[in-house]
Design a protein around this ligand. Sequence first.
Ligand code: PGA
Length: 251
Amino acid sequence: MKKLIAGNWKMNGDKDFAGNLTETLVRFLPDYQEALKKCDVLLCPPFLHLGIVQDVIHAQGAPVFLGAQNCCERDNGAVTGEVSAQMLADFGCSYVILGHSERREYYGESDDLVAAKAKKAHEAGLTAIICVGEKEEERMAGHQEKIVGRQLEKSLPDTARADNTVLAYEPVWAIGTGKTATAADVKTMHSFIRKKLQERLEDSELIRILYGGSMKPENAAELLATPNVDGGLIGGASLKAEQFLGIVNAV
Ligand code: PGA
C-alpha cells in the first residue's frame, strides 16, 4: 500500500514561513523520486495559509496534496468562526485532519462530534484523517486498547471506507514530547486497530493507518517498516524542511 507522509503544521508560522517552507520542500522533493513512488506527501497548514501553500504547489506542479486541520460538522449558515468541509473541498483540499488529541482536549471534541465532522468531510469528497490515541495515564493503567477501541467505534461515521478515511494512531504522551512509542508498542496497537476496523469495514485491509508522535528522521525508518504502519502524521518535524524530507527519504 502507498504510504502517506503528512505534515501537521498546527498553529505555527506566518505567511513568509508558510511560503518559504513550501518552496523549499517543493524544490527538494524531486531528489526523492524513489520514495515518492512509495508515498503520497500531504501538507496541512493553518487555514489562513492554505492559499499560500497551494499557490506554490500549483506553480511548481508539485506532487503534494493539500489538507486542513479541522472542519465544521455542519453544512453552512450561522456558525461563526467555522469552516465547512465543502469550503475546503472547493478550495482544493483533499484531506482534513479530524479529532486530533489537541482538539479533543482543548476544545472538548467528543467521538460523536468527530464522527459528524468526518461524515461532512466524506460528503464533500474529502479524505478524513481520524486521530485516535490514549493518554499516558491510560497506557500506564494498561487501558490503551480499551480507549482506542472506543474511539474507533464511535469516531468513524458509517460513510467511512478505505478510499475516504485514514486512521492516525497518536499516543498523546508521544506528541511533541520527544518520546516515541517503541516499534513493538506501535506494532501491537496498529494490528489491534486493523482488527477493529475489520469488524466495521469491508475494505479494512486497504485503509491507511498512520503513526504520529515525535516521528523524526532518526526513528522514521524503523516506525515506517513496522507492520500496519502506512505512514506518519508529523508535527514538529514537519516545520523543518530537512527533517520532513528526511522522513520522506526514510520511506
Ligand atoms: P509531533 O506531533 O510530531 O510534534 O509529536 C504529531 C501530531 O500531533 O500530529
